[in-house]
Design a binder for this molecule. Structure first.
Ligand code: PRP
Length: 180
């Protein structure tokens, strides 16, 4: 597929993503064998990954959606987690799988994990499409990662810059001229 004019280069092609997602779905099928997890899509960035991941999973599961944002105040990790859409599922005693597109500073997931753990799930795991470990500000390691990437401004396959580019089917690096 021809790349968008604002994309410097394609970091992960559609094919690479599809292979990674399929392999992850198989791992998760093994993990949740015989159980019925609730798979949580953290809006908006994870929509593509979420949709592709669950459709590759054979496990019987339920889905739910959440919309959160992490507010920094001085040190970002002390900021609050704002929930603009909460789960509609009671997760007490459930196996919960949080699906994220990217983990950067780790602040959002660190707080989200703490919040959801207070609701007493049977288990709580995080699966992320992308991880930028170099950027971490808090100790937050996802249980499952598809791709560890360099610290580049990535867009596409759900990820945005100023709400744009989420519909690109690949993960690309944004040209500096677009945001500088
Ligand atoms: C992104 C991503 C994570 C968070 C990761 O969401 O989906 O939730 O940022 O960053 P962190 O590790 O530094 O906390 P974003 O707030 O951009 O919202 P979006 O998914 O709606 O684009």
């Amino acid at each position: 597929m021809e790349k968008h004019a604002d994309v410097e280069y394609v970091m992960l092609s559609e094919e690479q993503i599809a292979t990674g997602v399929k392999a992850m779905a198989e791992r998760l099928d093994k993990l949740y064998d015989g159980r019925t997890p609730v798979v949580v899509c953290v809006l908006k960035g994870s929509v593509m990954f979420f949709a592709d991941l669950i459709r590759n999973m054979k496990t019987t599961l339920t889905i739910d959606f959440m919309s959160v944002s992490s507010y920094g105040s001085g040190t970002k990790s002390s900021g609050e987690l704002k929930i603009s859409k909460d789960l509609s599922t009671n997760i007490e005693g459930r196996d919960v799988l949080i699906v994220e597109d990217i983990i950067d500073s780790g602040n959002t997931l660190y707080k989200l994990k703490k919040l959801l753990n207070e609701r007493k799930p049977a288990s709580l795991n995080i699966v992320t499409l992308l991880d930028k470990p170099e950027r971490r500000e808090v100790p937050m390691e996802p249980e499952y990662t598809c791709f560890v990437i360099e610290d580049e401004f990535v867009i596409g396959y759900g990820l945005d810059y100023d709400e744009r580019y989420r519909n690109l089917p690949y993960v690309g690096v944004l040209k500096r001229s677009v945001y500088e």
